[in-house]
Design a protein around this ligand. Sequence first.
Ligand code: NAD
Ligand code: GLY
Length: 359
Amino acid sequence: MKTLTVALGERSYPIYIGANLLNQADLLTSHIKSKQVVIVTNETIAPLYLKNVLAHLSAFHVESVILPDGEQFKTLDSVNLIFDKLLASKFSRNATLVALGGGVIGDMGGFAAACYQRGIAFIQIPTTLLAQVDSSVGGKTGVNHPLGKNMIGAFYQPQAVIIDVDVLATLDDRQFAAGLAEVIKYGLIRDAAFFVWLEENIDALLTRNKTALIYAIEHSCLMKADVVGEDEHEGGVRATLNLGHTFGHAIETGMGYGTYLHGEAVAIGTCLAADLSQRKGFLNMDDVMRIVNLFERAKLPVKSPTELSSEQFIDLMAVDKKNVDGAIRVILLEAIGKATLPMSVDNLSLTQTLQSYGR
Ligand code: NAD
Ligand code: GLY
């Protein structure tokens, strides 16, 4: 097992990464400080892994909340079901919430923990590749709004993140590929050597070769922990983690939550961001092609949906947390391995990108 640290002073916490960690009781119980534990998961994950977690908690008062599965259920209504359970069980402020699932469960569980009695402890047990390399680390929690993705939420850090790579065995290929989009993101924004490693090892990752997988997860978590440690509340460098996301969120919202997986939308969005970077004179065309090629090899979509017109797309992009005074700002690439901070972009360049390469 490898242990990384998200260094945030007295709110620092460990990320445990390895095989068979779901069956190691002490990793979980050592971070639980009271008798009351609520496990938040969903109807797909519960039959697979809930019993592994419950097995460690016989000495605790445990309640489970099993939510419906899907991005379309990442809502305040679902979070309210968690509050219902906490209140009906008379759980106190020293209770601990365990989020067992992908990014949807982790984001909602974390948000419920941030809000219940103004904050209870929570632990992330991410079960998708995407959640293991990205969403479980860093304390962004929240829900979607019909008008904008992740627009309601809070920064709220967990006590620990427990990453068991064995749970990925039950993840389907489409979801697995979606997680690779965020892995590729790290190479693009801050580590050209890792991008080259991914070009060389993408086939091994797709066969879920454990050595390659653990390396990719560790390396991704290391970069995420570095960025979050430097800029927890996204005043600067953390925004680079949103490469491709302004486009991607527009696709998720515009097409209906769940139509495109988050990672798929990020893959398309990153190709659009690369195209725009080239139009702005940053990237050369060879690098754009390397980027698109790697996403394609990772079995991810690279073309934006034809259902969205450029006007609709730009209108959707106007609802994004990076925007300032209503102006659309995106992360661009100066090179493979080097992202810009958020930059305002003119509608003409944006339209050219949306109308040409992406569509
Ligand atoms: P998800 O949570 O919807 O999980 C994907 C699917 O896989 C679901 O159907 C889930 O039930 C199933 N599943 C989960 N683990 C499984 C397993 N081990 N075996 C079989 N099936 C399993 O999607 P996701 O890709 O994990 O997360 C996407 C969400 O994360 C989006 O809402 C996105 O906005 C959010 N996100 C948040 C952050 C952050 O920093 N907080 C970062 C990136 C993404
Ligand atoms: N996934 C973007 C962030 O954590 O900042």
